[in-house]
Design a protein around this ligand. Structure first.
Ligand SMILES: C[S@@+](CC[C@H](N)C(=O)[O-])C[C@H]1O[C@@H](n2cnc3c(N)ncnc32)[C@H](O)[C@@H]1O
Length: 222
């Protein structure tokens, strides 16, 4: 599905979120910066927007690697990296459910708008914990969430009616955006994701609600 929309993915994101998606990623980057990591792996990196936002804020000595299993999305990320001339970063192919990475190889794992898509979220979390340095490694999950009650009817009206039509016109793939609204509706709220992190033995779990609760940033220690 992401392969079909790869070349239009960034434009659709900016349009459908009215540009707010960059602010969500900026908040994620700010939290990663506070953790002062030497190595960051951006999972479900897609067209690389989180990896590039990290590259712009973190020291050039910090190593940043993106990973995704969708080659057309990775092609977009690599094209953007060449155009911007970013160094000390790369984009690799891999499945989050079987990460081609060594145990305890990084200080921070980020995943933005990818956790919801995993076929087995618990298995994905175990893999994320495996590659993080024990005790000090930190996980950052940026993901859609369940909005505050008052805005819920308006939000779901937008998600189920306006969004698939606008996105269909922009990308030519209305079905991909129907999947988006269905997957958001079926996804747990902040306390549900926090419980999933604790079930996978993550510690010090915190959740920050953004934009009326429509998006959440979860943070935890391995
Ligand atoms: C909505 S995009 C998010 C891209 C980017 N992180 C962002 O913030 O724009 C979700 C990405 O997750 C990737 N993905 C989903 N499941 C995956 C898995 N099991 N392993 C690797 N990548 C996966 C998809 O290929 C897609 O590029």
């Amino acid at each position: 599905m992401f392969g079909r929309i790869a070349t239009k993915y960034d434009l659709a994101n900016r349009t459908l979120s009215l540009g707010i998606d960059t602010l969500w990623r900026d908040r994620l980057v700010e939290e990663v910066w506070l953790g002062n990591p030497d190595t960051v792996i951006d999972l479900a990196t897609g067209s690389g927007d989180v990896a590039f936002a990290l590259r712009e804020e973190l020291s050039p000595s910090v190593r940043i690697d993106g990973l995704d299993f969708c080659e057309p999305m990775l092609d977009e990320a690599r094209r953007k990296q060449r155009a911007a001339g970013y160094h000390n970063m790369s984009f690799a192919t891999g499945d989050i459910l079987r990460l081609p990475l060594a145990d305890a190889c990084c200080d921070a794992v980020t995943i933005a708008f990818g956790y919801r898509n995993l076929a087995d979220r618990h298995k994905g979390l175990l893999e994320m914990r495996r590659i993080l340095k024990p005790d000090t490694g930190r996980l950052y999950i940026l993901e859609f969430s369940q909005p505050f009650h008052l805005v819920r009817p308006f939000y779901y009206f937008y998600l189920k009616t306006l969004l698939p039509n606008v996105a269909g016109a922009l990308t030519g793939d209305k079905a991909a955006y129907q999947y988006l609204s269905d997957s958001i509706e079926a996804f747990p709220d902040r306390s549900g994701v926090s419980a999933e992190l604790e079930q996978a033995s993550f510690r010090d779990v915190e959740a920050i609600a953004m934009t009326f609760g429509t998006v959440a940033l979860h943070m935890a220690r391995a």
